[in-house]
Unconditional design. Structure first.
Length: 68
């Protein structure tokens, strides 16, 4: 996992979604195939809350990948 600590995951996920960048994308293959995601008009605080929810609820297998 790119960000084994909860705080790192949340901070990096929120910042990336706030300002998408092809150079820092975690899934460059997806960017090549689907293009870079558009800018969302969501504030950084809300994106941090969303990233926290994703991590804590394991919506994308984030936490379970830590136990491998």
């Amino acid at each position: 996992m790119a960000y084994p600590k909860k705080e790192e995951f949340i901070e990096n996920m929120a910042k990336w979604v706030f300002q998408p960048n092809a150079k820092t994308a975690q899934l460059p293959e997806a960017v090549k195939r689907y293009k870079l995601m558009p800018y969302l008009s969501i504030d950084l605080e809300t994106l941090t809350q969303i990233a926290t929810y994703i991590y804590e609820n394991d919506d994308f297998g984030v936490a379970s990948s830590l136990s491998l």
